[in-house]
Design a binder for this molecule. Structure first.
Ligand code: ZN
Ligand code: ZN
Ligand code: FE
Length: 739
């Protein structure tokens, strides 16, 4: 028999008062699906439950057959455990559901507006700020709620008579389109798009004021400008995102599936990680040998015009120095970016808050996985099953996001970034004040990480409010469980780089048995040493040396004699060398031992190369040894070295190691023996690993949950912190530490 699925659709847009709920009701009934439909503050929520092929049929027909007046701006789909609905019903909205504020994310230019921009007869021909109720900026122009023009950065542009007429006409596409504008009355550019395109042609680097901030833009097919941009931005190897003029250009340069095209062309229009195609036209300096191209399509009229004029793909990277937040104001940008850009393409519509481009990857199941959640997704809330008190969660240290929670909603901020510079820390504080002010939110309780050195933790400590410190990996697991509505008992798996454990060690491969009463750590990797802490995170050979020392082996890794002596000295003297159970570091060590990668020039580079090296879908693995909750990597290293000595290709070693890691999860799941398994942490950004874990576990009848709408990396930590701190308050067990 077919598997029973529950699928939830969160629809945003004009779906109320247009016959949407009766339509959904009829469609579900016709197909024999159970579930419910309900209006929400932002649109509607639909849940259907039934066999997977019928649910698939519903998913296809919902957007196709919707009532004509109904406008779906975006649709977030998630898979949930079956709820056992007896039938299909229309649920009346509760007051609290409809009262909370309507803040939509920014929406990419719609097809109608696009046609207008390139129609020489149209009033808005060539106009770079064209938008309508179906598209345009939202979150990045909003200064306060409700969403009226007077509360946006469009307030100072007085509508002309023509725009006013459209705005007031219920039959017009621009009826109550708050950012409505035209060449007569709206924002203006400082330079003609044609002349900006000629600058790109001449190899110049442009600072372009986009939707959520400035971007640095240059010709992506010419090496020289890209090299210059790398040098000026102080960015060694991390790939640059590329904006392609259209889908044809994407197809020429990247391998792209139907599911991926749907994401590229969605209103969120994120950066999507794609494999490069053989005939790639991009300069090698764009991706620096990375297995992925970060591809996106134009998402504002200005981008559409610039790309059409220029005709080739461009690098489009955040307008900042490495580690600093993206610039949003004209004067600020002209100051901060003057050494980076040769010219500025500006306009006079202010940006209310920074919002980087989001980054998405499609997993082996064909589902999107958010790696960076910002423009196009933020600030849509995550609906959680239980009522929460007013919690402010300050997130982690790297890839920071913050969250505010009240009722059954958690509002996760846009990507804030690594809290490594004064500018970044200021941006973090601004994000907290901004989200709080928008929702008139005052926290009762603050949640932070256990790590005392995180700037976010120190900020939380300074607020003088009840404080809940949440262990990093528990927060990871709780975030994934919350967005998937997984109820205890379940096995939570958190695999990442590093996070402080409750025993003072550096954790990163943790298994938790989560029940109604507790979250108990039941497993992890056999600990190993990290010689040189942060240095070890950059130089994978340091990890490899430590692993070899633990095994009593000696292998030539090409380390300079001096460094090797230093590392061995550190390991011998020992006391200052931390112990870790980090899965991310183990991947680093294996990358070095297999010869695939020796260093991380940016976070996650070596594991990414290891994943990309996989030569075929290998199903053999290295020995899986689980001893009282401890996964032993020593037999793996031994067998791997034997393979290496026999000349087994690195691609095969990489495949066997991935298979081993997946079987580790299976071994733990079988030992713990609860039906649901929740996977979180940055290591699960690895699509090959995630796919192997899912298929191994599902074959053994486990239900497996991956992140869907919130990043598996530290960008999702704030959600987990909010949920756990909220639950501890709610049950009256207000503890200082959640461990
Ligand atoms: Zn439009
Ligand atoms: Zn106008
Ligand atoms: Fe983490």
């Amino acid at each position: 028999m077919d598997q029973i699925l529950r699928r939830r659709f969160q629809l945003y847009g004009a779906v109320q008062g247009v016959g949407f709920r009766p339509f959904v009701y009829r469609l579900a009934r016709e197909l024999g699906l159970s579930g419910k439909v309900q209006n929400s503050a932002l649109g509607a929520v639909v849940e259907v439950e039934g066999s997977s092929d019928v649910v698939g049929e519903f998913t296809r027909r919902l957007p196709q057959q919707k009532p004509p007046a109904c406008v779906i701006l975006s649709m977030e789909v998630s898979e949930l455990p079956p709820a056992g609905y007896p039938d299909f019903s229309i649920v009346e909205s509760s007051v609290s559901e409809t009262k909370s504020a309507v803040v939509l994310p920014d929406l990419a230019t719609c097809a109608d507006c696009l046609a207008e921009i390139f129609d020489p007869e149209a009033r808005r021909y060539g106009y770079a700020f064209t938008n309508c109720t179906n598209c345009g900026p939202r979150y990045t122009i909003l200064e306060s709620i409700p969403y009226d023009r007077a509360n946006t950065t469009m307030r100072d542009f007085a509508m002309c008579a023509d725009c006013r007429a459209e705005y007031e006409n219920p039959l017009d596409r621009r009826f109550h389109a708050q950012p409505i504008a035209c060449p007569r009355c709206g924002p203006q550019l400082n330079e003609e798009v044609e002349s900006a395109a000629r600058r790109l042609e001449a190899g110049e680097i442009l600072a372009v004021k986009g939707i959520g901030g400035f971007q640095l833009v240059c010709d992506a097919c010419a090496s020289e400008p890209v090299r210059r941009l790398r040098k000026r931005k102080n960015r060694e190897e991390k790939p640059f995102a590329v904006m392609f003029p259209g889908l044809d250009s994407v197809r020429r340069n990247c391998v792209v599936s139907e599911a991926e095209i749907a994401i590229l062309t969605s209103p969120a229009a994120p950066i999507l990680l794609l494999r490069p195609a053989p005939g790639i036209e991009l300069a090698p300096e764009v991706s620096m040998g990375s297995p992925f191209v970060g591809a996106m399509l134009p998402y504002s009229p200005l981008h559409h015009r610039l790309l059409r004029c220029f005709g080739r793909p461009v690098v489009a990277t955040s307008g900042n120095l490495s580690d600093e937040p993206i610039a949003i104001a004209n004067e600020e940008a002209q100051q901060r970016l003057k050494g980076l850009a040769d010219a500025f393409l500006l306009h006079n519509r202010p940006i209310a808050r920074p919002c980087d481009d989001s980054v998405v990857r499609v997993t082996a199941q064909g589902r999107p996985m958010l790696l960076r959640r910002a423009r196009g997704y933020a600030p849509l809330p995550v609906l959680v099953p239980q009522e929460l008190p007013r919690v402010l969660a300050v997130g982690a240290h790297l890839k920071n996001t913050i969250a505010i929670a009240f009722g059954r909603r958690v509002f996760l901020s846009q990507h804030v970034g690594d809290l490594e510079s004064v500018e970044a820390y200021r941006n973090f504080q601004r994000a907290i004040h901004d989200l709080s002010r928008l929702y008139e939110f005052e926290p009762e309780v603050v949640a932070c990480d256990l790590h005392p050195d995180y700037l976010s933790t120190q900020y939380a400590e300074g607020l003088g409010l009840p404080l809940v410190r949440v262990q990093h990996h528990l927060a990871h697991v709780a975030a994934c469980a919350a967005e998937n509505e997984v109820k205890p008992p379940y096995l939570g798996v958190a695999w990442d780089g590093t996070g402080l454990g409750t025993d003072g060690a550096i954790w990163g491969s943790e298994f938790f048995l989560v029940t109604d009463r507790e979250m108990r750590r039941v497993g992890h990797l056999r600990p190993f040493r990290l010689p040189g802490g942060d240095q070890a995170a950059r130089d994978c050979r340091r990890v490899a040396v430590a692993l070899l020392e633990h095994c009593g082996r000696n292998v030539e890794l090409g380390l300079p004699e001096k460094d090797l002596a230093e590392i061995k000295g550190l390991l011998e003297r020992g006391r200052t060398v931390p112990w870790t159970t980090s899965m991310g570091r183990l991947f680093d060590g294996v990358a070095a031992l297999s010869g695939v990668a020796l260093a991380n020039r940016f976070e996650g580079q070596a594991p990414m190369k290891l994943e990309a090296a996989i030569s075929r879908s290998q199903v053999s693995s290295y020995p899986v040894v689980l001893d009282r909750g401890e996964l032993d990597w020593r037999p793996v290293v031994d067998a791997l070295l034997r393979d290496r000595d026999c000349g087994v290709p690195a691609g095969e070693i990489a495949a066997k190691f991935h298979e081993t890691a997946a079987r580790w999860v299976l071994a733990m799941a079988q030992a713990v023996a609860v039906p649901s398994v929740v996977l979180s942490g940055g290591v699960f950004q690895n699509a090959d690993l995630s796919a192997r874990v899912v298929s191994l576990l599902e074959a053994e009848k486990f239900r497996v949950f991956l992140h869907q709408r919130v990043p598996p990396n530290d960008g999702g930590i704030a959600l987990g912190q909010a949920v756990l701190a909220g639950a501890s308050c709610f049950t009256g067990r207000r503890e200082d530490v959640i461990r």
